[in-house]
Design a protein around this ligand. Structure first.
Ligand SMILES: [Zn+2]
Length: 250
């Protein structure tokens, strides 16, 4: 992923000035900087440019080079590098969110492979770290899920979410919530799985809870893997059937 470009229109004037100083390597005067910023589409006055430059000097990101203008300081170069890293990270986050909005069933299967990896660790940690109150919430989600047979797939995710929360691992719970809130993927999934009546999957939840109560991470992992493997197998079957149907249509 490349560093942000001024032309993207996403950089603020301050960082554009720093990049300009880095790119030219020679000292640049305030007048030239102002003209450049306007060329790039910034609606900016000379007074504002003067204020930005004084502020950068004060923070030691730039310094005056006699009376020829400003140059970038080492601290300024480090600030630009940090800015680029922040930008790259936010670009990666955007790409992640886009990838989570699975469009095809095959993408949905991929989504579930990643989720399986996450839930494997979540359930192991939950077996070791869950409080009594956590276990009660997991049990409650299971009871509510089993009571609602009609839309039980919608409801089953609450069980998985409580297990993830019981891991007491912030990164796991954040990632899980990011997954759980990818509406497009989940509503699609619920729809597709509704076609594969599979009561066995619901009983897996009992096994997972029993392993958590027994504080047995290996048993919890095995139960969760069995559950998700079967879920993925069901999804792959639906995807294969859909491919076959499309092949006939074509
Ligand atoms: Zn489940």
């Amino acid at each position: 992923m490349s560093p942000p470009k001024v032309q993207d229109g996403t950089m603020d004037a301050e960082h554009v000035v720093l990049r300009m100083l880095q790119d030219t390597e020679a000292a640049i005067g305030a007048g030239t900087i102002c003209a450049e910023l306007r060329n790039l589409g910034f609606d900016i006055s000379e007074a504002t440019v003067g204020r930005i430059l004084r502020d950068l000097d004060r923070r030691k990101l730039t310094r005056r080079d006699s009376n020829r203008g400003r140059v970038l300081s080492d601290a300024g170069a480090r600030e630009l590098a940090a800015y680029d890293r922040r930008h790259t990270r936010s670009e990666f986050s955007k790409a992640l969110v886009e990838a989570l909005d699975s469009r095809t069933l095959h993408e949905l299967v991929d989504f579930f492979y990643v989720r399986r990896g996450l839930e494997r660790e979540a359930v192991r940690l939950a077996a070791l770290r869950a409080t009594e109150a956590d276990l009660e919430r997991v049990r409650q989600a299971l009871i509510e899920h089993e009571a609602q047979t009609e839309s039980h797939w919608e409801h089953g995710w609450a069980f998985h979410e409580e297990v993830a929360l019981a891991s007491h691992n912030e990164l796991i719970t954040s990632l899980f919530r990011l997954f759980a809130n990818s509406h497009e993927s989940l509503s699609r999934l619920s729809h597709e799985l509704g076609k594969t009546e599979d009561s066995e999957l619901v009983h897996h939840h009992d096994d997972i809870l029993a392993a958590l109560v027994a504080r047995d991470p290996d048993a919890a992992e095995r139960a969760m893997m069995l559950h998700l493997d079967q879920l993925i197998a069901n999804l792959e079957r639906v995807a294969a059937e859909q491919d076959a149907a499309e092949a006939v249509d074509a």
